[in-house]
Design a protein around this ligand. Sequence first.
Ligand SMILES: C[S@@+](CC[C@H](N)C(=O)[O-])C[C@H]1O[C@@H](n2cnc3c(N)ncnc32)[C@H](O)[C@@H]1O
Length: 221
Amino acid sequence: MPKIRQHVNPLKSDLLTIAAVPRLVPPSGGYLEVELGSAESLFLIERARVAGEALLVGVEIRREMVVRADRLCAEAGVTGVQNVFANMSVDLPRLFAPRSVRRFHINFPDPWFKSRQHKRRVVGPALVDELATALEPGGEVSVMTDIFDIALEAMAVLESDEGGRRFVNARAPWSFWPRNPWNARSRRERQCEIEAQKIWRLLYRVAEPPPSRSPSGQLAS
Ligand SMILES: C[S@@+](CC[C@H](N)C(=O)[O-])C[C@H]1O[C@@H](n2cnc3c(N)ncnc32)[C@H](O)[C@@H]1O
């Protein structure tokens, strides 16, 4: 079996121009739910058992990992998961039409600890802008990580996006979500549990637009 690299640099030129990135649409009568950086899709395989109406999409930048995810899905008999080789830093507009995704999960994004590597971190204003565009009204972004700095950085970006108007913290402003609400756990989450590592969880919803008012101040019907 080919060895799978631990990390790839998402800013490497060939990963900024991946060909044949598919367009994904919600299934008839269902919705799109996406994990960004899905590795072997263990989270999505478990999620498929409780989110039967969803097309679950795993976006992963290591091609060999996508092959492994496909194999694990087949072995588990799961058909509602689609694993895609793509770079979440640049490919979201190609993958998803505006307002087409119900939920994004970002589970344990790579930390890139060295300060000269911080520009490789994925959860920044540019990605959050793409998420806001791709999400349905009321759609959700869930982030989990065992690295407090990453959690705080992601929270700061989501809380301050467009002056705090686009996303609402599902618990309370500047608060963490207390537990895993998804009935599914990623590989890294399982490892954290074994090692008794604290996990920081964020859950944000796209803010509903306020009801429009007529010039006379009455609510539009
Ligand atoms: C630390 S692993 C976490 C994997 C899984 N989400 C979990 O919780 O176990 C981060 C994953 O994100 C992937 N990744 C990193 N940058 C990415 C990018 N720009 N686009 C897509 N996937 C990326 C990595 O290849 C890796 O599989």
